[in-house]
Design a protein around this ligand. Structure first.
Ligand code: FES
Length: 169
């Protein structure tokens, strides 16, 4: 028996079909689109249509988001890949390698932060000079000595010691 045109799998999906298959809300799909993470085309009736390859792209986006990678970084990485084909295992290997390095770096920083937090519990001084959480890597020492805090109070926008400005009325 010959297959009719309607028996053939459609190459494009509606936004509702993409939402159902990916488990991502329609509003999120629209958001992804505004951020340039996915792309759609328009049907003759001016409805969104997505290539089937968008499903794998969405899976990659969701995984990257779970690891805390900012959407802008995800968008930048995905924009380097062609829109018109399915993401391949080799694409995923490359992406995940880059993101793994980023994840490891963040784990290292967060582990150090957790350990510093532990040492600060019970102290509470929050001293700009002594507290590693308040002044990580002693950054103020690079900016100047002595009266730096008083002269530049409030300029860094970090909630540092606030003093009245001389020109304030
Ligand atoms: S709160 Fe005192 S050293 Fe961090």
């Amino acid at each position: 028996m010959e297959k009719s045109k309607t028996d053939l799998p459609r190459r494009e999906l509606s936004v509702g079909e993409v939402a159902a298959r990916s488990g991502v809300a329609v509003s999120t799909l629209h958001f992804y689109e505004t951020k340039g993470l996915i792309k759609s085309m328009r049907s003759r009736g001016n409805q969104r249509r997505y290539p089937r390859s968008v499903l794998r792209r969405i899976a990659v986006i969701k995984i990257a988001q779970r690891t805390g990678i900012p959407l802008a970084d995800i968008q930048k990485t995905l924009s380097a890949l062609p829109d018109d084909r399915q993401l391949l295992a080799s694409d995923w290997e490359r992406l995940s390698e880059n993101w793994k390095a980023d994840l490891n770096e963040r784990i290292t920083k967060l582990t150090a932060l957790r350990d510093q937090l532990t040492s600060c519990i019970g102290c509470g001084c929050l001293s700009m000079r002594d507290c590693p959480l308040r002044n990580p890597h002693d950054t103020l020492s690079e900016k100047g000595t002595g009266a730096y805090l008083i002269e530049h109070a409030g300029e860094d926008g970090d909630g540092a010691v606030q003093t009245a400005r001389p020109d304030a009325s």
